[in-house]
Design a protein around this ligand. Structure first.
Ligand code: NI
Length: 296
């Protein structure tokens, strides 16, 4: 359980924003404004969340200096552990339907919730936690944080943190920035103030884009490997439609579903590829065609 850092620390830590920094992932296309602007009466968060901006596939961020690792797009684990994540909810009907599917299979997932939606559907947020899943922050209204002012970013994170805490009784431990856009300085600040690890992904089902259950299933099944963090969005019916086949397929491959925080806790240093020459016993010549490469 995280303890909140006093406000005075939060304020002083905010000086971390003082310098410009490079957003991670690096490439966020210019069309940061949603092409499908929400109707004036529609909840801003869900409308904005429905049109995520595509980004380049995030690379694994090794470490941020000499300190502990605070950014993950996948984990290096012993065993077939994976984390299935659901962004942009809770949604009034799709999230409860998903929760039933997860319960039927005994699968734990992680929900990156938009604060506005948590405030709108606190009972669904509470159900997420009560049924053993991880609930975490995905900002208040799904903006591109990397280009926002310090005060605005702080407002986005603080309001969401409090909304989740109020609705569920638990404090989120991880954060996923909308569009994956969050500078190193911002990530360090979020870690210092809230203890958040910034969580990206290595498997992008592109479910929000194609809205095709068969594609969500095929991408998820083809790209998932041990330690993967799979990105999906539980605000789309077509995503929920894909889940039984995707989850059953991953189970059949021997994968074990854990929450993001559980996966991160299992993370170990990335394997180092080493060159190992074939044992050179006395009198035996070395292999004629160079050394044998072996990856550990
Ligand atoms: Ni999102």
């Amino acid at each position: 359980m995280l303890r909140r850092i006093p406000v005075v620390v939060a304020l002083s830590s905010f000086a971390l924003f003082a310098q410009q920094d490079t957003a991670v992932p690096k490439a966020v296309p210019a069309q940061a404004t949603s092409p499908a602007s929400p109707a004036p009466s529609a909840p801003t968060a869900r409308a904005a969340a429905a049109t995520p901006i595509p980004i380049s596939k995030p690379t694994d961020i090794p470490t941020d200096g000499s300190g502990p690792k605070i950014t993950f797009s996948q984990c290096h684990v012993d065993g077939q552990y994976i984390a299935l994540t659901f962004d942009d909810g809770p949604h009034a009907t799709n999230t409860p339907r998903l929760l039933e599917m997860l319960k039927q299979r005994g699968i734990k997932g992680t929900f990156y919730c938009v604060g506005q939606c948590v405030a709108e559907y606190p009972e669904i947020a509470k159900r997420i936690v009560d049924e053993g899943h991880e609930i975490a922050s995905h900002s208040w209204s799904h903006p591109q944080l990397s280009s926002m002012s310090e005060a605005s970013v702080r407002d986005q994170l603080e309001k969401t943190h409090q909304a989740i805490k109020q609705a569920t009784g638990v404090e989120p431990k991880t954060f996923r920035p909308p569009y994956g856009a969050f500078t190193l300085r911002q990530r360090k600040w979020a870690n210092a103030v809230y203890g958040y690890k910034t969580i990206l992904w290595d498997v992008d089902t592109l479910d929000w884009k194609h809205r095709n259950p068969a594609k969500t299933e095929s991408i998820g099944l083809a790209e998932t490997k041990a330690g993967s963090i799979i990105l999906t969005h539980d605000i789309h019916k077509t995503t929920i439609d894909a889940m039984p086949t995707l989850m059953d397929g991953l189970l059949a491959k021997g994968f074990k579903f854990v929450t993001v925080s559980e996966l991160v806790a299992m993370d170990k240093p990335a394997p180092v590829k080493v060159k190992a020459t074939v044992a050179n016993k006395a009198g035996e010549p070395k292999p004629a065609s160079g050394s044998v490469k072996k990856a550990e």
